[in-house]
Design a protein around this ligand. Structure first.
Ligand code: ADP
Ligand code: MG
Length: 778
């Protein structure tokens, strides 16, 4: 069970680690991880955990380690806010005292001057001194504040008042700037995930009452007007409109909806008013679950993060011991003066905090996860973001993943066969079943004892006769004598009491983006399609995808065996639609579910692509690679600078001031570098940007259907029928539009394998862009 406690203003890396460690010692808490970016402590708790009782305990731990942190239960925002402003007051007083002493040093007696320096120093370091005392109380000897205090105290002792104070000033200033940068990026990432629904209009009697989304109950009717976001999952009871899914998927794609359609929360209504009956409460709805997922994503930490945690744990003690040796060895050997040796040792202590790493690495991953979420790609943990960069082999499902999963019925033996098959398929959730039921118009016979046979088909009884409906395998298994139908398409055989009575052929088509997406994916991954469908269909699809490897006729359990048999030097990823391949999604190193936030998919997959777009796999890979690169830059940079300054200090070649300057500087650079993940990921869409702009222009000024056709044709050729299906319009209507586009010279007609298809004229795409740009400039 995961519980969340918000720790607002906890921005010091070392403290968070200590708080985690202390909280873990509580009996009912197995694990605690702090997410800097959204300021919450995730607690993995046992049954005995009692939130209300534990909170004061947790608060006490937090307060014993860091000042000014506002600790409260997640969702319970109205706790007393602490006044955190005065934590810098004494710092400024100290700086002032120090400046006065420095300016008037000529007029002051040296004793008075020194006393002022000391008073200034005490004020400046008040925060550090307070933390040092807290550390001593907790018997925490390698507390970086204490080490910093000892180091600067040593410098004061050596009469380096100026340097000692400046070191603390830099250190405090650096911490302050880091905090600013972290909270800025936190907001930045939150802004990326623009999912939150602020309010909802609930219909009570005839009046609309504005409520928090959390207050909606199942069966409440909510009114969603133009421009508003749907707050909970539900079903349309009145009205028709278009929905924009950009908040969920990152892509402004419009979907037409009407009465009885199920709609997901997070979609924005861009048309007429809709009345929607809630089928789920807010907490169980898509939006809330996705937000939860993203916020919990720090729970599965990546390899570099785990490395940093371990590194941070040993770094401070090792450096402290080195500092001690730095002082003792030369002193005992009588090498250099004692003062010089104290000074060099103090430099070690000044750079004993692994802050840059502890702060910037988790932040980088959070930024990566946020950038991906913006695109409708959800990572369940930073570990998957990291592992994705090391995947070399992909197993991929066919139906619903590569193909649309909407089958068109091509042929059937007789109307009776169609009626029997459709009647039985009513009870199945398989895409095949749904498509057949949608196709069939007529009355049903009432089957009983319906049983699904995964990867094969169904069996059902009517008037004491057992019918079986499914593929070759199923017929063979029941020793039915049937005639094998050779045709590209999925063949469904029907037998009554083990006697063959007919068949049906259905076909599916590739998704709009499949060809392009697979082409890109092939550059990086070995792809094998794993399907339960027959050899003919599988080879046909594989061929269309430039001959990818495939395995056909697989039962769900065979898919796992075949997937495990795939060669790989590194990680293996499985991509499926989550409908009948959840075991595989779980079994793979990384399971990727395509789908519209279907519940099973959200539960079992490690990465979820909210819309059905395979292209997003390439986007996800790019974001992952970029994140990894920045993480590695930060690691090398931070550790490199530390090692450099430790070495320089070892040879007495640097000053304390230079060391702290480099240390704080690197922390800031590392944090800012992490932010590049958010700002820099736009390049992914760069190639599409112009086209998108042009399309937008036409959307606004031209005819929507024509533009949708052009949009589709930018990816591949389509026949009139395919376009009609894609755009949910009549073929006559589409033909009219296409004819116009051909006349305008935007679209050309070609013949492929005796089929008339339409494509964009190459030069014409450029023309559109030119026109669009001209108008955009105006
Ligand atoms: P895929 O691997 O393409 O997702 P499945 O493993 O779900 O396919 O199904 C494999 C095959 O089993 C299908 O191609 C079909 O021939 C048969 N089958 C599965 N479910 C049904 C069903 N409800 N009705 C008829 N045939 C089915
Ligand atoms: Mg499938």
């Amino acid at each position: 069970m995961i519980k969340k406690v918000v720790m607002e203003n906890l921005l010091c890396s070392g403290c968070a680690k200590k708080i985690e460690d202390e909280i873990k010692t509580i009996k009912s808490i197995n694990n605690a991880t702090f997410n800097f970016a959204n300021q919450t402590m995730l607690l993995d708790v046992t049954e005995e955990y009692n939130e209300q009782e534990m909170l004061p305990k947790i608060k006490k731990i937090v307060d014993s380690i860091e000042d000014g942190v506002n600790t409260y239960l997640y969702k319970n925002k109205d706790t007393v806010k602490k006044n955190t402003n005065n934590s810098y007051n004494s710092f400024f007083i100290g700086v002032l005292v120090y400046l006065i002493a420095y300016m008037f040093r000529a007029n002051l007696s040296s004793l008075f001057e020194v006393s002022l320096y000391i008073v200034g120093y005490i004020f400046i370091s008040s925060k550090i001194i307070r933390k040092t005392i807290k550390g001593i109380r907790r018997k925490d000897i390698f507390n970086e504040n204490m080490l910093m205090f000892i180091a600067t105290l040593a410098a004061m002792f050596l009469k380096e008042y100026f340097e000692a104070s400046l070191v603390i000033i830099f250190y405090t200033l650096g911490e302050y700037l880091q905090q600013k940068a972290v909270s800025k990026s936190k907001n930045e990432v939150k802004g990326l995930i623009d999912l939150k629904v602020d309010y909802s209009n609930v219909l009570i009697g005839n009046t609309i009452v504005i409520k928090e989304p959390e207050e909606i109950e199942v069966d409440d009717v909510i009114v969603v007007k133009n421009g508003e976001k749907i707050p909970v999952d539900g079903i349309i009871v009145e009205g028709y409109s278009s929905l924009n899914s950009s908040a969920l998927t990152g892509e402004s794609r419009l979907v037409d909806v009407k009465v009885n359609d199920n709609v997901l929360s997070g979609n924005i209504n861009v048309g007429k008013v809709l009345k929607i009956k809630a089928t789920k409460i807010y907490e169980d709805s898509t939006v809330a679950r996705l937000i939860d997922l993203i916020e919990n994503s720090t729970n599965h930490k990546s390899a570099p993060e785990n490395f940093i945690t371990k590194f941070a744990r040993v770094y401070t003690p090792v450096v402290s011991v080195l500092a001690l040796l730095m002082f003792m060895i030369p002193t005992l050997l009588g090498y250099k003066t004692i003062d010089e040796n104290i000074y060099n040792a103090a430099i070690f202590l000044v750079i004993s905090c692994p802050c840059a790493l502890v702060l910037s690495i988790p932040l980088s991953y959070f930024a990566g996860i946020g950038a991906a979420a913006k695109e409708g790609i959800l990572f369940k943990g930073s570990t998957y973001l990291h592992m994705l960069t090391e995947v070399d082999t992909i197993g991929i499902d066919k139906t619903g993943t590569l193909t649309n999963g909407f089958f068109s019925v091509n042929d059937y033996s007789s109307d009776e066969v169609l009626k029997i098959i459709a009647s039985a398929e009513r009870y199945s959730n398989h895409p095949i079943a749904k498509s057949i039921v949608e196709y069939y118009e007529g009355d049903y016979i009432n089957f009983v004892d319906i049983e699904e046979i995964p990867g094969k088909g169904l069996s059902a009884s009517f008037e004491n006769n057992v019918y079986i409906i499914g593929n070759d395998e199923l017929m063979k298994q029941h020793h039915v004598k049937y005639k094998k139908v050779r045709s590209v398409g999925t063949v469904i055989y029907l037998a009554k009491e083990k006697k063959y009575i007919g068949h049906m052929i259905i076909t599916d088509s590739l998704k709009q983006n499949t060809v392009r997406a697979i082409k890109k994916m092939k550059k990086r991954f070995n792809i094998t399609m794993l399907t339960g469908d027959n050899f003919e269909v599988a080879s046909d699809v594989a061929l269309a995808l430039n001959s990818i490897n495939f395995k056909s006729n697989l039962l769900p359990e065979d898919k796992i065996t075949e997937f495990n048999n795939l060669d790989s030097k590194n990680y293996k990823m499985f991509i499926g639609d989550g409908i009948n391949d959840s075991p595989l999604l779980k079994n793979a190193d990384i399971g990727v579910a395509m789908g519209n936030g279907s519940e099973i998919a959200i539960d079992v997959a490690d990465i979820i692509i909210i819309d059905d777009d395979l292209e997003k796999i390439n986007t996800a890979t790019k974001i992952a690679i970029r994140t990894k690169r920045i993480v590695y830059q930060n690691i090398v940079l931070s550790i490199g600078v530390k090692v450099l300054f430790l070495t320089l200090a070892g040879f007495g070649k640097t000053s304390m001031l230079e060391a702290i300057f480099a240390d704080v500087g690197i922390s800031l650079i590392a944090v800012l570098n992490s932010l590049r993940i958010i700002y820099g990921f736009n390049f992914i869409k760069e190639s599409n940007r112009e086209l998108r702009q042009a399309t937008k222009f036409f959307k606004a000024f031209g005819n929507i259907t024509s533009m949708s056709i052009i949009e589709l044709l930018t990816d591949q050729e389509y026949s009139i029928e395919e376009l009609a299906k894609e755009l949910k319009k009549s073929t006559v209507d589409i033909y009219r539009h296409v004819e116009k586009l051909v006349k305008q010279g935007l679209v050309k007609e070609t013949v492929i394998n005796d089929n008339v298809v339409f494509a964009l004229k190459d030069e014409c795409v450029k023309d559109i862009i030119c026109i669009a740009y001209k108008h955009l400039d105006e």
